[in-house]
Ligand binder design. Structure first.
Ligand code: GAP
Length: 509
């Protein structure tokens, strides 16, 4: 399904004003996209969903908005200047460039799929008597493949841990990995490539004029740790959250908005007492997966994936993966970052970045648990999961974007049945009533059937039709996007009906 579905998502996103290729009139810029009139609404609603749950619903978490440009020493201290690299390899025949770790992970994924196939066969053969757990523990094929995966992962982890790039190349050759484009196994050596974008700034007194576009928003939080702790009188454990742009010179930027060079992150750093990080790591893993699952995109579409290749700052890390059209891929990271960042900033800045713990009666550098989610990836997860082709009872089909109603760009469209008899004026009256509480639109073009279909494809939860009866008794019909059922209700009830359906509280409770 994958490629086809992704293509459908991309063309739907463009046709309905969600996402356009950036600077398209100049033929676009690769891996850069613009959010259109509906896309920016959806994006804002995702941000609100995250901000409400992380900041407003935790009395010990506050939000900030730090600048994109930061003092260049920040990135020396954080380790990004020296260690924010991807191991790259080129295929000499196709001239295509790949991330060595991704080639190996994709190979492992294929072996995993073989295991799943064997399990599916077992289920088919034994039906209700099938014991999957037992089968996974005893079936020789499955055991052989599990051992293969463990062996590959161990070798890969060892060679990256020692920065032994020739060993990574050897592993790729040993596994017989071929270039998906040329089919050949004619590879260059593996080498490291730094992902930060640099630019020049004119006014640094010390003459060093290179600054970086931030590759993560997290560092803006670390350098403000004391400012926020002191002014907010925050007591450990506490968190600082922010939403903002990040930039990475990704070599293989592809798969639509999944991997871009300019993207947005929603990150939270949670400062804890040293020694309690394991417990908080588990807490945030559970809290974050619950937040995802509450959206109703299907529990089976999420899984955890523990990191083999740990970032330079982490002592434990897991990805929350989502079943994108391209398969399961990273959506969010939960990282136990130890005291790496605050200690490094202490060292480089010469400032104490410590917390005085009144209960312990001593100062210490807190440990940090980070939750970091890509806003654009969240957008893609929601958009691709919501796009559906349905066959209706009468045999016709419809395209519906079944977005979670709380996130839908437009909550209700107000439509006059015809453009005459005072119906447009009445419709505008209803619109003017509702627009203070909900993002509404007015639509009078085309037949009602066509208008309904357009709103289904746009993901609008409700269509409100103003007809001749409305003029007599102040009632309207309200059509539900998902059931397509129409009910006649009083105009005065509309606010309550829409409000209940689109409220965040149902998701957050
Ligand atoms: N502060 C930790 C950090 O940045 P990361 O795993 O490198 O960790 C966190 O990134 C999240 O940011 C990822 O889970 C992903 O959702 C998103 N992300 C990372 N690189 C991205 C890219 N090139 N395009 C879109 N989203 C990206």
């Amino acid at each position: 399904m994958s490629d086809d579905l992704l293509k459908k998502v991309i063309s739907h996103a463009k046709e309905y004003g969600y996402i356009f290729p950036s600077s398209e009139i100049y033929d676009g810029l690769s891996a850069t996209y613009d959010y259109g009139q509906n896309g920016s609404e959806l994006k804002n609603n995702i941000k609100e969903y995250w901000w409400k749950s992380m900041v407003q619903m935790h009395e010990n978490i506050v939000g900030i908005d730090a600048s994109i440009f930061m003092h260049p020493t920040t990135w020396k201290a954080s380790g990004h200047v020296d260690a924010f690299n991807d191991p790259l390899i080129d295929n000499k025949d196709s001239k295509k460039r790949y991330r060595a770790d991704v080639l190996i992970e994709e190979h492992v994924e294929k072996i995993r799929q073989k295991i799943d196939k064997d399990v599916a066969k077992g289920l088919k053969r034994f039906g209700d008597d099938f014991n999957e757990e037992e089968f996974r523990k005893t079936n020789p094929n499955v055991l052989r493949n599990i051992a293969k995966i463990e062996d590959i992962e161990q070798k890969f982890k060892d060679s990256l841990g020692k920065d032994d790039l020739p060993a990574v190349k050897e592993l790729i050759e040993e596994l017989g990995i071929a270039c998906p484009v040329s089919g050949s196994k004619n590879w260059t050596d593996v080498r490291q490539f730094n992902l930060m974008f640099s630019t020049e700034i004119g006014s640094l007194a010390d003459g060093s004029s290179t600054i970086y576009l931030r590759p993560e928003t997290a560092q803006g939080i670390f350098v403000n740790f004391l400012n926020v702790q002191k002014t907010g009188r925050m007591k450990i454990p506490f968190g600082i959250a922010q939403i903002g742009k990040a930039f990475r010179n990704e070599i293989i930027a592809r798969q639509f908005i999944f991997r871009m060079r300019e993207f947005e992150q929603m990150e939270m750093q949670f400062f804890v007492k040293p020694g309690t990080q394991k417990q908080w790591f588990e807490y945030w893993k559970e809290t974050r997966i619950k937040w995802h699952k509450a959206l109703g995109l299907g529990e089976e579409n999420y899984r955890f994936h523990d990191h083999l290749k740990m970032a330079h700052y982490a002592d434990a890390a897991t990805d929350i993966e989502f079943n994108f059209p391209m398969g399961f891929k990273e959506l969010e990271g939960v990282h136990s970052r130890t005291d790496f960042d605050l200690k490094a900033h202490e060292e480089y800045s010469g400032k104490k970045l410590q917390y005085f713990d009144p209960q312990e009666n001593k100062s210490y550098v807190p440990y940090v648990i980070e939750t970091s989610i890509g806003l654009d990836r969240m957008f893609l997860a929601i958009l691709s999961n919501s796009l559906k082709e349905e066959t209706l009872e009468d045999g016709s089909s419809r395209t519906v974007l079944a977005l979670p109603p709380a996130l839908a760009p437009t909550k209700a469209v107000i439509m006059p049945l015809t453009k005459k008899d005072g119906l447009p004026e009445k419709a505008m009256e209803v619109m003017n009533e509702l627009k203070y509480d909900f993002n509404c639109q007015y639509d009078e073009k085309d037949s009602p059937g066509k208008r309904y279909r357009r709103q289904d494809a746009l993901g609008t939860p409700y269509c409100i039709m103003i007809d001749h009866q409305t003029l007599e008794d102040n009632t309207v019909t309200i059509r539900d996007r998902d059931t397509m059922k129409q009910d006649r209700v009083s105009i005065t009830d509309l606010r309550g009906i829409i409000g209940e359906k689109i409220s965040f509280s149902g998701l957050l409770r």
